[in-house]
Structure formats: structure tokens, C-alpha cells
Design a protein around this ligand. Structure first.
Ligand code: GN1
Ligand code: MG
Length: 389
């Protein structure tokens, strides 16, 4: 996430009636609220507590906190999202406090993005208009990047995902609820695409034709991970669901990874979707919002470093089968995200936030170009995984 440069006290320009300070006050006396980040689904703000407030006590410091409005069209059971987040953050916290704190974390700063209660002790607050709000601890002195430009950063991003998976590897997946059925089940996205493409007003442009042909050529491979799961080759585990590079924070001074944030999508699933998502986002130096989609490529040097970081930690719990499907995961998740963006473009931009009507089309082209580049480097990527295992 990037801190967006906005006026001191922000009232969302699209929603002049939303009093963000009043909403933030439900989580503790607040003087100021600013927009934070560029999420595609939820609305995120940074709230600054009133340091003069008598209500401020040792339980709540004057540190800013993250205030979020959950998109309840996407997360239709937001209470269950909170339940999953709390199950995961409690588990992370307990492991960090206990004797089972991994040796790897002995000399590493590691922060858990805890859920902060409302002044009434609840884990969320529902406004009069029905909107769903919650607060999360802000990790100070940390940065994130939408795209990675050097191998040290890539290694740290991979290490962070490895630590996250390692810390959760003893949490039974059954502890978590499937809050987003179908999320990261690629064949289901294909079914949705087929339904939407049948009814969408036909749009003809070279870019749209490129996307349609791209999808058709890869249809048969879309179930590679789901089929592996069905055959018992890949187990269901707690997954993050969205570990793209900018959801990993690094210490502002040392550059070492310190946290994995954005836990809305934690649920039972295949960690391969996480591995794929981390690589597809971390090894695309132009980033997923670039206008230069024709120049997008998967940078193998970044891939080596990211996988070095990940596998160094994850080799303790990954099986031979797990390693076998890492290449497929990287290819598939870029294809899947392109498919999701393209479907949403055809459907009239109802899921992802957009800044202009063709935004989702532009995003899908980036992901398809990335998938093409990953496919062209299959032997290299498979060799990287093999050599690191
Ligand atoms: C969405 O909102 P954000 O940026 O955290 C999406 C992810 C995509 C991502 C692409 C619930 O995440 O699946 O990979 O955009 N989240 C959901 O940037 O659909
Ligand atoms: Mg997210």
C-alpha cells in the first residue's frame, strides 16, 4: 500500500456525507483521517488518534490505526471475515510468544496486523447506512512497494510469505471458514467468464480479441491445481489469499520484511495460489497498473531471489508434490487474475474499483502478457525451483 497524498482531513469527495472522523471515533477518539493505499475492493484510511483524549490509555496508544470499510458486495459475510482474521492473528501472536517461535525470527522484527476493538469492545462497527467498518493496527516505520526492482527486496518478500506459511502450518485449515467460496478456484472463474461473455454487449477491439483468444488457448489447463487437490496431491491449508508484493511490509531502516498484511482473504485453500500470487506480483517490475502492457515480463532474476527467500523457510513443510506444482501456480495465477479482470470488464466493472471504463481491460492485458512471459520461461522457472529444493 502507498500513502496517498491527500489534504489533512479527508472527507471522501465522492461521499461528502461520510464523516470519517465520526466513524473513526467509534474505535477511539480521533482527530484526523486520511486516505491510505489503493486497494481494489475495500476503502482504506489512516486514522490519527487524539493524543489529548482522556480516553487514551495504555490499551490504545496514540499510534495511527488503519480504518477500513469492507466491501460487502464482495465479502457478503464480513463477520466471518473478522472471525478468520482473529483466528489467524491470535495464532500468529501465540506462536511468536511461545517456544515454537521459529528460530528464523529470533533476531527479526515481526509484526502482526491485529484487529483493534471498537470503544464497545466489538471487532467491527456498522454505521446507520449499513456500511461495515473495522480497525487494524498500523505497522509503523515500514514500507511496501507495488513493484520490486531488486533482488534483495524480492528475497525479503519471499521470506515473508515463507514465515507467514510456516507460522500457520500448525493451524488446522478447518479452524477457518471459507468466506469467499470460489475465490481462487480457476475453473469457476472460467464458468463465470463463459456466462458473462454470452450475455455481454459484444465489444470488438484488437485488445478484446487478444484476451478472448488468450483465454480459449488456455482453457484446458485451468484446472491443474484443483485437479491436483482432487487427486490428493495438494492438501488444503490456511492460505493468505492475496499476498501480492505490496501486502508485504519491510522495515524502513533495515529493508527486512516485517509483516504480511491484508488478511481479509485468509481461508482454507491451496498455498500454491499464494506462492503464485507473490511471484506474479513480485517478478513483474512494471507492476500490475502499468500502461505499457506490451512490455510486461516475468523477471527471472527476481524469481530466483523471491523463491530463495520463500523456499529457505518453507522447505521445512513443503512436500515433493508441493514443489512439483510451483511452476503451474505461478502461470495459473497470472492467467486467473487476467481472466477475473477481463470478465469484470465485460460485466461492466462491477467487482474491482476502476478509474476509467477500460481500466479492467488494461489490467487483464498486463496479466495475460505476464502469463505469456511465464509460459515462455517454463524450463527456466522449473529449473530454479529444482535447484533451490
Ligand atoms: C484485489 O483489493 P485488493 O487490492 O487487496 C483482489 C485480489 C487481487 C488483487 C489484484 C477480494 O485485492 O484477489 O489479486 O485485487 N481481492 C479480492 O490487485 O478479490
Ligand atoms: Mg486484498
Amino acid at each position: 500500500m502507498k500513502l496517498v497524498n491527500t489534504p489533512e482531513c479527508l472527507r471522501s469527495s465522492e461521499e461528502p456525507n461520510v464523516d470519517l472522523v465520526a466513524i473513526a471515533n467509534q474505535f477511539g477518539a480521533t482527530v484526523n483521517v486520511r486516505e491510505l493505499g489503493d486497494g481494489n475492493i475495500n476503502d482504506t484510511f489512516l486514522a490519527f488518534p487524539d493524543s489529548q483524549s482522556p480516553a487514551l490509555n495504555s490499551a490504545r496508544s496514540a499510534t495511527p490505526f488503519v480504518l477500513q470499510r469492507i466491501n460487502t458486495q464482495v465479502f457478503q459475510q464480513p463477520e466471518l471475515v473478522m472471525q478468520n482474521m482473529q483466528a489467524v492473528t491470535r495464532h500468529l501472536h501465540d506462536r511468536l510468544q511461545s517456544d515454537t517461535r521459529p528460530q528464523l525470527l529470533a533476531d527479526r522484527r515481526w509484526e502482526v496486523p491485529h484487529v483493534l476493538p471498537t470503544i464497545n469492545g466489538d471487532n467491527h462497527w456498522i454505521a446507520k447506512d449499513g456500511s461495515f467498518w473495522r480497525a487494524i493496527a498500523f505497522v509503523p516505520n515500514a514500507n511496501c512497494a507495488d513493484a520490486l526492482d531488486n533482488c534483495d527486496c524480492a528475497r525479503e518478500v519471499g521470506t515473508a510469505l515463507g514465515i507467514f506459511h510456516a507460522l500457520l502450518s500448525d493451524l488446522p485449515a478447518t479452524t477457518l471458514v471459507d468466506t469467499l467460496p470460489g475465490f481462487h478456484v480457476t475453473p469457476q472463474y472460467l464458468q463465470t467468464y463463459d456466462r458473462v461473455a454470452d450475455t455481454a454487449v459484444p465489444t470488438r477491439s484488437p485488445e478484446v480479441e487478444f484476451c478472448r483468444r488468450f483465454i480459449e488457448a488456455r482453457r484446458a489447463n485451468a484446472d491443474v491445481l484443483e485437479a491436483a487437490k482432487a487427486r490428493g496431491h495438494l492438501p488444503t491449508r490456511p492460505m493468505h489469499g492475496d499476498p501480492k508484493a505490496n501486502n508485504i511490509l519491510t522495515d524502513a531502516v533495515t529493508g527486512r520484511a516485517v509483516s504480511v498484511i491484508d488478511l481479509d482473504t485468509v481461508k482454507p485453500g491451496l498455498i500454491h495460489y499464494d506462492i503464485g500470487d507473490c511471484l506474479r506480483s513480485g517478478c513483474n517490475p512494471l507492476g500490475e497498473e502499468t500502461d505499457c502492457w506490451e512490455s510486461v515480463c516475468f523477471e527471472p532474476e527476481l524469481g530466483v531471489s523471491l523463491l530463495q527467500g520463500y523456499l529457505f523457510v518453507a522447505r521445512s513443510f513443503l512436500t515433493v508434490n508441493d514443489r512439483e506444482y510451483i511452476y503451474d501456480a505461478i502461470r495459473l495465477i497470472a492467467f486467473e487474475l487476467g481472466l477475473r479482470f477481463f470478465t469484470d470488464y465485460l460485466a461492466g466493472n462491477t467487482y474491482f474499483k476502476v478509474k476509467y471504463p477500460e481500466h479492467n481491460l488494461a489490467r487483464s492485458l498486463v496479466q495475460f502478457k505476464l502469463a505469456e512471459s511465464i509460459e515462455a520461461q517454463e524450463p527456466t522457472i522449473r529449473a530454479i525451483v529444482r535447484d533451490l529444493s
